[in-house]
Design a protein around this ligand. Structure first.
Ligand code: UDP
Length: 340
C-alpha cells in the first residue's frame, strides 16, 4: 500500500521541492501551509511538474483543532515539518512571535503524531545549531553551541522536543536533518526561492542583483581568517537536499532506523567562499555582477561545512549536483519569475 506523507509548510521553497521528490518516489503527499510567508506560485509549479494537483490544506499548525482534523481526514504515515518562521534578524526583533509559532506548531504536530495511531516525524533543522564550530568539518557529534538568535534557539528546542517525545512515546520515531545552506531551484525552473522583500540569503540577493531588482550585492566582510577573506559555507543544491528527505522518510517507513531518534547532516562536505560563489555564478551564467565589499554582518560565523559521511553511509544519500549547475538553475528560476 502506498504510504502518505504530510508536508507541513509544503508550499514554501524547501517544502515544494521535497513534495516533488516524494511524489516521484511513489508516495502520496498531502500539502499543508498557512501561506503566511508564500503565495501559491510554488504549489502551482509542483502541480505543473508532477502533472496533477495534490491535496492542499490551508491551515495553521498552531491551531491544535485544525491539526487534529487533518490527522483524522488523512491516514498520515510520516510528517515532514517545515512550517516555521526562518528570518534570523526578525526573530531577534520579535522573539515571542518566533517562539509561539515555531514551538507551538511543532508541539501540535508531535501531539497529533502520538494520538492518531503513531507516526514518523522528520524535523527540518539547521547547521545553525553548531554555532561557530571549533573543529571543521562538523559531524553530528560536534557539540551544539548556545543559540545566538531566537530562530536558532527554536531549531535546538524543536530537536529536543522530538528527542524527548520519541523517548517517551513509542508511537513516534523521529529524524532531524540539519541543513547547511540550501540554494538553487528545480531544473524545470517552475519552483524556487521566493523571498518577500529584500532577501537575507546570499543566492536570492545575487540573482535579484543580476536581474536588476537590486543595485549591488554587499559581500559582508572580506577580512575573515579564510583563504580569500570571505566566509566559508556548505552550499547544498535544493534538489539534492530534497532527495535526502526521501531517503530519510523511506528509512523510517521501511523500519531501517538504528535508533528511534536520529540526526543527519545534509551538506556536500565542500567549503565554498562567498567570493567563490559569486565568481562561479558569473562564469556559469556568462554575466558580471555588481558587488562591493561591506562590513561584516553581525552574527555570521566565519566558516562551517558538513562532514556528510553519516548521511552518505546510513541514508545512502550523496549530494550530486555541482555548484555551477545549481547556480545556473537559480538564475533560470529568477529569469522565469521575471518573465511572468
Ligand atoms: N552574504 C553576503 N551578502 C548578502 C547575503 C549573505 O555576503 O547579501 C554572506 C553572509 O555573510 C554569509 C553567506 O553569504 O557569509 C551566506 O549567508 P546566508 O544568509 O545565505 O546564509 P547563512 O549562512 O547566514 O545561513
Amino acid at each position: 500500500m502506498k504510504k502518505t506523507v504530510l508536508v507541513s509548510g509544503g508550499a514554501g521553497f524547501i517544502g515544494s521541492h521535497v513534495t516533488v521528490e516524494l511524489v516521484e518516489a511513489g508516495y502520496d503527499v498531502v500539502v499543508a501551509d498557512n501561506m503566511s510567508n508564500c503565495d501559491m506560485t510554488c504549489f502551482e509549479g509542483v502541480t505543473k511538474i508532477i502533472g496533477r494537483r495534490l491535496p492542499f490544506v490551508q491551515m495553521d499548525f498552531c491551531d491544535m483543532e485544525a491539526v487534529n482534523r487533518l490527522f483524522e481526514e488523512y491516514h498520515i504515515d510520516a510528517v515532514i515539518h517545515f512550517a516555521a518562521f526562518k528570518a534570523v534578524g526578525e526573530s531577534v526583533e520579535m522573539p515571542l512571535l518566533y517562539y509561539r509559532n515555531n514551538l507551538l506548531s511543532f508541539i501540535n504536530v508531535l501531539e497529533a503524531a502520538r494520538t492518531h495511531g503513531g507516526c514518523n516525524v522528520l524535523f527540518s533543522s539547521s547547521a545553525t545549531v553548531y554555532g561557530e564550530p571549533e573543529e571543521l568539518p562538523v559531524t553530528e557529534r560536534s557539540p551544539r553551541q548556545p543559540a545566538t538568535s531566537p530562530y536558532g534557539n527554536t531549531k535546538q528546542m524543536c530537536e529536543d522536543f522530538l528527542r524527548d517525545a520519541v523517548k517517551a512515546y513509542s508511537e513516534i520515531k523521529g529524524i532531524a536533518l540539519r541543513y547547511f545552506n540550501p540554494i538553487g531551484a528545480h531544473p524545470s525552473a517552475l519552483i524556487g526561492e521566493l523571498p518577500r522583500g529584500v532577501p537575507n540569503n546570499l543566492v536570492p540577493f545575487i540573482t535579484q542583483t543580476a536581474i536588476g531588482k537590486r543595485e549591488c550585492l554587499s559581500i559582508f566582510g572580506n577580512d575573515y581568517p579564510t583563504p580569500d577573506g570571505t566566509c566559508l559555507r556548505d552550499y547544498i543544491d535544493i534538489v539534492d537536499l530534497a532527495k535526502a528527505h526521501v531517503c530519510a522518510v523511506s528509512r523510517m517507513l521501511d523500519g531501517r532506523m538504528k535508533e528511534p531518534y536520529e540526526i543527519f547532516n545534509v551538506g556536500t562536505g565542500r567549503p565554498v567562499s562567498v567570493l567563490e560563489l559569486v565568481t562561479a555564478f558569473e562564469k556559469v551564467n556568462g554575466l558580471k555582477l555588481n558587488y562591493r565589499f561591506a562590513p561584516r554582518r553581525s552574527g555570521d560565523v566565519t566558516a562551517i561545512w558538513a562532514d556528510p559521511t553519516l548521511a552518505n553511509e546510513e541514508l545512502g544519500w550523496k549530494a550530486e549536483r555541482s555548484v555551477e549547475d545549481t547556480l545556473a538553475a537559480a538564475w533560470a528560476w529568477e529569469k522565469h519569475l521575471a518573465g511572468k
